[in-house]
Design a protein around this ligand. Sequence first.
Ligand code: F0G
Length: 465
Amino acid sequence: MAKYPPEPFRIKMVEPIQLLDRPQREKALQQAGYNLFALPAQAVFIDLLTDSGTGSMSQEQWAALMQGDESYAGARSYQRLAQAMDEVTGFRYFVPTHQGRAAENLLAALLVKPGQYVPSNMHFDTTDANIRARLGRPVNLVVDEAFDPSSDHPFKGNMDIQKLRSFIQEVGRENIPLGMITITNNAGGGQPVSLENLRQVAATYHEAGIPFFIDACRFAENAYFIKLREPGQSHRSVREIAREIFSLADGATMSAKKDALVNIGGFLAMNDEALYRQACNELILREGFPTYGGLSGRDLDAMAVGLHEGLDEDYLAYRLGQTAYLAGCLSEAGIPIIQPPGGHAVYVDAGSLFPHIPRDQFPGQALAVELYLEAGVRTVEIGSVMFAYPDPDSGEIMHPRLELVRLAIPRRVYTQSHLDYVVEAFTRIYARRDRVCGYRFTYAPDLLRHFTARFEPVQQQETAF
Ligand code: F0G
């Protein structure tokens, strides 16, 4: 039996949520074009769409908001954030940004030229799209175990060093303006990267003279996995491990909406002074002056506190324990999930749950729609809706390796009974799984289409074989 860890906090403020009845949910879904991003939030009972910006701030963070210094330049809030950045990451320079993708946009604008490649273990959607938007080519070189949902490799987010070396040889160092790695690997199941692998990735990039940037959204969860799972790391503090991770890189992009426990915020950090100056100029053009970067002073203060709080080991033990509880219950109910569970989310293998739904009819989307209809639970597809793009050379549609649905758990928000309710919904869907139908687009933009696409169901007789 999966065990639920007691929360290391108690609840001081509540936000009511309400379950619409089934006919109301059906109507809301039709109006949304079967895209859960288009649902009004009040139509959702349990919202597992994302762990990004959806967490609860602590009393210390709310208190810090009151100290916000809204000076346009040189605010004390900025100074407090700079101090936290120095203590937690150790990078020499940084600019605040309103969220992670703004940092990615800056980085891609400054470094990526048309036709150039940017390797990573796996890029997340916004990083992938920001590179493509500069006509660059994102490349995913994660270890093969990442694609085997049943492999219990402890670090399925690792990059395949051999593949990385061959790739650099094949395309040439001059065609790789930067190399990245995502910790934890969100697009591949929220899986961690080992410290050993991070050291090897850094060495490989640096031998080739390629700057190394970490997509650090979930660096604290990744550092905690290292402490739990990597030989020789259990005696170190998560804070110490995180510092070593950052020390391996030349810079980082970060959505502070994840492990810095804020509702909005991010940064682009680096050690190179010339790059920092260029980043400041870009930032001034698009986001704001370098001491606020498109955020208010109070946001910077909440981030400064959150960067430290995200590294609290009691919190991290609860956080990863909660995810493991949901994963354990789903597994016991026969639902195929990516094992072992990641830090921020459980990933359900919709492709194997619905083998009768072809990939171009989006088994993941079908499951996400079904969960909403069944129980008012909102999740997100991470499969062909999000990641099937035409190959730039052949034009052929390239599907991702897996058709997943992600149940992302907002930080410090839901309790055990909420998660039990989600598991019960799965059990009912599982019992009628062979009658669930696929979906097709009625509208889809070229990039990041999952946000705004619209769908219609493909009736069963159309796919009968
Ligand atoms: N990198 C990773 C690994 C992410 O998971 C995200 C966001 C970003 C970059 C972009 O950050 O949203 O602040 O601009 N992921 C969210 C999610 C949206 O639901 O996983 P952002």
